[in-house]
Design a binder for this molecule. Structure first.
Ligand code: IPE
Ligand code: IPE
Ligand code: MG
Length: 256
């Protein structure tokens, strides 16, 4: 076997800079226990705390969590309303603690659909933590990848209409700078719990070269151990970004 064929066995990408997670399976976790779905969401919120703690300790730069999709409004009104209450209560309980841990909170999504109270809570958390230099915690709420691209296109169009830029200056970088994740590195590792293998309109643009990891573990059962398994899987993958395996191998060898 050539060195290049062996290389994937010895590759170590180190820790991902940005981990993005679709926290799925709360409802099934509760149903398995003959409990209402909201109990699963509450257990899911507890799992979030442990994962955030791990990322803070491991000095992960960005953790993005899908909390509520733009399609989740289609759920029964009662579940939606309870989810909003849980989001509000979690912010209320966690904002100060996040600040103490040097976490910067960033909420992405169409916030105007939320109650004024929830919008104010989000703004309070973002403002309080905006200069923090530790983990950037991105909460995607009423978020959709399609929405993100549309709002970026609108902002770019406004600049064109105002004569600030030419349409010929629309580049990938320019679009990226107008997405809700502007300034953040793209996710290196994407995790979806709950067994489904789909993106469900999460960070569509940003996931272009992300490594995917799917697990059947339901989100409330996801813990530091399962996160370490996902990170280990990521660490040993050969990321080629369009190049050949041999090119990557030679590059790594020459930098030794
Ligand atoms: C994910 O868990 C949380 C949200 C979508 C808010 P689900 O509620 O989708 O759980 P399942 O997929 O029904 O088990
Ligand atoms: C995706 O989960 C959204 C969140 C985890 C918040 P869903 O459980 O809503 O996804 P689909 O609709 O089954 O694909
Ligand atoms: Mg689900």
């Amino acid at each position: 076997m050539s060195d290049a064929e062996n290389f994937p066995l010895v590759v170590d990408n180190g820790n991902p800079r940005h981990i993005a997670i679709i926290m799925d399976g709360n409802g099934r976790w509760a149903q398995k226990r003959f409990m209402p779905r909201i109990i699963g969401h509450q257990a899911g919120a507890k799992a979030v705390q442990k994962i955030v703690e791990y990322c803070v300790n491991e000095k992960i730069e960005v953790l993005s969590l899908f909390a509520f999709s733009s399609e989740n409004w289609r759920r029964p009104a009662e579940e939606v309303s309870l989810l909003m209450k849980l989001f509000n209560a979690t912010l209320q309980a966690q904002i100060k603690k996040m600040h103490e841990k040097n976490i910067r909170l960033l909420c992405i999504g169409e916030k105007s659909a939320f109650s004024p109270d929830l919008q104010a809570k989000i703004a309070e958390g973002e403002t309080l933590t905006k200069d923090n230099t530790g983990l950037t915690l991105v909460i995607a709420a009423n978020y959709g990848g399609h929405w993100d691209m549309c709002q970026a296109a609108q902002k770019v169009m406004e600049k064109i209409v105002a004569g600030q830029i030419e349409s010929s200056s629309i580049t990938e970088e320019l679009i990226q700078q107008h997405l809700s994740t502007a300034g953040l590195p793209d996710p290196d590792l994407f995790i979806r719990t709950g067994g489904e293998q789909r993106i469900s309109n999460f960070l569509l643009w940003q996931l272009a070269y992300t490594e995917f990891y799917f697990t059947a573990t339901l989100w409330p059962d996801f813990d530091q151990q399962t996160l370490v398994e996902a990170i280990d899987s990521f660490r040993h993958r050969q990321r080629r970004f369009g190049r050949t395996g041999e090119q990557i191998f030679n590059q790594a060898k020459s930098s030794l």
